[in-house]
Design a protein around this ligand. Structure first.
Ligand code: FA5
Length: 342
């Protein structure tokens, strides 16, 4: 058996050494290692060996296979390199020695702000979660305490799919899944693209980004919420911002708030971006409704938590001094190029 194995090894080695094309080496792979190969036959023949011989021969077969596979891989790489070199030499379009003389791209302003926020929240102990863009009606509405025919649905008219699912209107759609996945205590943010059938203007798009966050633990209060929100905003804008909290209604928080930032374009005097109001609505938030915790499998008697839904597109707008949100989705490189370099 040993001699037979050595003969096979020599035979395959010679073939690998002589292979001069990628096609040839592929044929050798099938012949040498395939199901009907000589090595496979030897393995089958081992069935007739004695109990003492079997492990010895088995070890030898493995060693030969490993040595041949290493040799095969090395040869394949060598042939691939040669083929690439040849292709480059024969192609007039490619000259690897030419200096790169093209424009390089940049990240989209929303991606840049999103990444910055992710870093800020990660540094405060939050994990970053993903959510899907297509959601069930249950996750988008019911699981956040917005049952069928609730008037809060009117503000979030969306695009429905034929299978009854929808394009998510809010990142809150991921709350239930995340609570069920991790339970309490929990500290997570989940950015994502949202869709609404909206009347478009300088601060409303039908496709926009939000970044949602949740913190659930024992004794979480509004003070924790304010602390994290202020910290995050002053990190993003590198200065202390004027913010205001006013009562806001969302069926999934109780109490609920609207966190507004003073308009950066007009300094609070009133312009088309802030709809003459002097403030930009940026981040609705509140303490998570006990019913929402319960639907997420978390005991509301033991745990409380806060949630916020930051308008990421609007934040990018403010950070980069864009006065019309629609620019972000326009794909207009004249704007995006300038913003990418900021
Ligand atoms: C919500 O979507 C709630 N899910 C937020 C929330 C989460 C509240 C957790 C409480 C707790 P709202 O519809 O207000 O709330 O949207 C949140 C933010 O998304 C807004 O403040 C705004 O900045 C942004 N936003 C909403 N609609 C649009 C739009 N059409 N275009 C651009 N940004 C939008």
């Amino acid at each position: 058996m040993e001699e037979k194995l050595n003969n096979i090894k020599r035979e395959i080695e010679t073939k690998i050494n002589e292979a001069d094309s990628l096609q040839k080496i592929e044929e050798i792979r099938v012949e040498a290692f395939g199901k009907k190969s000589l090595l496979a036959n030897i393995s089958k023949e081992m069935g007739s060996l004695s109990v003492e011989e079997k492990p010895k021969v088995g070890k030898m077969v493995n060693e030969v296979r490993q040595a041949l596979e290493a040799m095969f891989q090395a040869k394949k790489m060598e042939l691939e390199e040669k083929a690439l070199e040849l292709a480059m030499k024969s192609s007039k379009k490619y000259d690897m020695t030419l200096p790169i003389n093209g424009e390089t791209g940049s990240l989209h302003p929303i991606t840049m702000v999103q990444r910055e926020l992710e870093d800020i929240f990660k540094s405060m102990g939050f994990t970053v979660e993903d959510g899907s863009e297509v959601e069930t009606e249950y996750n988008n509405f019911e699981a956040v305490n917005v049952p069928k025919y609730h008037p809060a649905r009117d503000m979030q008219d969306t695009y429905w799919l034929e299978n009854g699912e929808l394009l998510k209107t809010q990142t809150s759609a991921a709350q239930n899944k995340i609570m069920k996945k991790y339970g309490a205590p929990l500290k997570a943010i989940f950015p994502g693209r949202c869709f609404r059938n909206e009347e478009l203007d300088a601060s409303h798009e039908n496709t926009f980004f939000q970044l949602e966050g949740m913190m659930i633990d024992e004794d979480i209060s509004v003070a924790n919420l304010i602390y994290f929100m202020k910290n995050m905003l002053s990190e993003v804008f590198k200065k202390d911002l004027e913010v205001r909290l006013r009562p806001g209604f969302f069926p999934f928080v109780e109490p609920g708030f609207e966190l507004d930032v003073s308009c950066m374009y007009c300094g609070g005097k009133g312009c088309k971006v802030c709809k003459q109001g002097g403030w930009i609505e940026l981040c609705p938030c509140g303490l998570i409704h006990p019913k929402v915790l319960e639907m997420g499998g978390i005991d509301p008697e033991k745990y409380t938590g806060f949630a916020f839904g930051l308008g990421l597109s609007r934040l990018a707008m403010m950070k980069y001094g864009i006065n019309d949100l629609r620019i972000l989705n326009s794909g207009d490189l004249r704007y995006l190029k300038q913003l990418g370099n900021k």
